[in-house]
Structures are given as C-alpha cells and as structure tokens.
Design a protein around this ligand. Structure first.
Ligand SMILES: Nc1nc2c(c(=O)[nH]1)N[C@H]1C(S)=C(S)[C@@H](COP(=O)(O)O)O[C@H]1N2
Ligand SMILES: [Mo]
Length: 252
C-alpha cells in the first residue's frame, strides 16, 4: 500500500512481474514440466499445471461433503480386471480367488526401503475417511465416501528419498499414470480400501484404488498393483493417457 492507502499502479505492475517471474522460474526448473510432445494442447496443460502450482496452496483441500450427500455411483471404465487374458488379469483372478490375502502393493523406486504392503499392513497405518465428489471427463459426477491410508503415510513408511519428484502408479488392467509430489503428499490423496463404509467393491477398484481429489476422475486409478517413486517425469508412455489424449494434469 502507498501513503494514500491505495495500491499504486507501480505495485500492481511489480506484483504482476513477480508472478510472471515465479511462473517462468517454474517453467525453467529442469524437468519440472511434463514434455509437450510438440503438441499445442499439451502446452496448454503445462501452463495450467505451472499456474496451479505457483498460485494455489499445496494443501488446499477439495470440498468434502457429509454422508447424507452420498449419491448413487456408477462403475465405469474397467469394472473387472480379471476378464482379460493378460498375465496381469490372470494374476488378478488368482488373487481375488484367495480374497486378496496374497495381494501386495509394491512400493519401489526412490524410497529408502522398497517393500510390498499387504492389505492388513495398509490398514494398520493411519486411516482417513472423506466424502468427496468424483468428476468424470465424460460429464457425470457422483459423491462417495472413501476410507483408506494417506499415500503420504505409505511413502513415509517406505522412506521418501530427497530425489523423489513423482509417484507413478499402475493397475491390474494395465493402466499407468503418475502425479507430482504435491499431489502425492496432499492430505486427501489416499489409497482407498473402503467405499461407503464397506470394503471397496471390485467394480470400483477393489481391493485398492488411489483417490486424487483435486484432479479429474481418471487420475483416481482403480485396481492398484504398484507404486514407483521416480526422480523424473514419466506418464507411463504408451500405456498412459496419451492414448486417449487425456491431459496428464487435470486439476481443479
Ligand atoms: N485401473 C483403472 N482405473 C480407472 C479407470 C479404469 O478404467 N481403470 N477408469 C477411470 C475413470 S475414467 C473414472 S471416471 C473412474 C471411475 O471410477 P468408478 O468406476 O468407481 O466410478 O475410475 C478411473 N480409474
Ligand atoms: Mo472417467
């Protein structure tokens, strides 16, 4: 504020320059930005990503609802990863037949103690329950209650190395995706084993799905098999969303 108690034009310009400088610094920060594939749309994604990371609080919460707000929730995309004839599908069928007693979530990469967590292991860690709105890129949304372990707690149990930049995750239907550490360490990013007060139903991703509440629905991957903490950006390449043309970052 200047002496007259108003914000001067110079201050506005200075603030604008600072913001632009911040975004530019972020854009130049080596490896921070996902590559554009030389594609204009992807360039737009990068600008959205950079702007969100510069402007928004790391811990701003997605809106949470009360249990009374829970709505019917359709299962979409893959609803049974055991239907395929891939080795992954076969493994999933075997694990499901034993009620996931032998199921393990592999956590590896840039962690001090790579390990495989059973469902019981995950349930022994702190839990979080949240009622949130899921928004699908196809235009529908629904509210559900999710219970699980904060991804942060799992990563801390495995020991996050200082080189950790992204968390890549993959599923039993072959899906691969990744998020940055801001989303990975966000309090609402949980590995959910419960939905609406019950075990996570298979069509909704049983036994474990991730919830990335500040991004669009397709980032909330079902049927998790593996997490890899990486020091470079990796969206899964051909197995990632580039196939469908979906943005790597799609936050609100
Ligand atoms: N592994 C996997 N995860 C997935 C999908 C999928 O097909 N496979 N579909 C995504 C999309 S597009 C949406 S909208 C939600 C759907 O979750 P739901 O089936 O619980 O409604 O899961 C997301 N996660
Ligand atoms: Mo979706």
């Amino acid at each position: 504020m200047n002496q007259r108690g108003r914000i001067s034009r110079r201050q506005v310009i200075a603030a604008g320059l600072t913001l632009a400088g911040g975004a530019a610094a972020y854009l130049r920060w080596p490896g921070t930005l996902p590559p554009t594939y030389g594609n204009l749309l992807r360039m737009g994604d990068n600008l959205t990503y950079a702007a969100h990371r510069v402007l928004f609080s790391r811990n701003a919460l997605a809106r949470e609802y009360s249990v009374a707000d829970v709505t019917p929730f359709p299962a979409t995309g893959t609803y049974d990863p055991g239907l395929g004839d891939t080795p992954l599908a076969e493994t999933y069928r075997r694990l499901r037949a034993a009620e996931f007693a032998d199921w393990r979530l592999v956590v590896e990469g840039r962690v001090a103690r790579p390990q495989a967590f059973s469902l019981a292991d995950l349930k022994r860690l702190p839990s979080r329950t949240q009622v949130t709105r899921h928004t699908c890129e196809e235009g529908w949304s629904a509210i559900g209650q999710w219970t699980g372990v904060p991804l942060r707690a799992v990563l801390e149990a495995a020991g996050i190395l200082s080189t950790a930049r992204f968390v890549k995750y993959s599923a039993y239907d072959g899906w691969v995706d990744s998020i940055d550490m801001v989303d990975a360490l966000h309090p609402q990013t949980i590995l959910a084993y419960g939905m609406n007060g019950r075990d996570l139903p298979i069509p909704h991703g049983g036994p474990l799905r991730i919830r990335v509440e500040r991004q669009i629905g397709y980032k909330s991957m079902k049927f998790l098999a593996r997490l890899e903490v990486t020091d470079t950006w990796d969206d899964g390449g051909d197995a990632g969303h580039i196939r469908s043309g979906w943005a790597w970052y799609n936050g609100a």
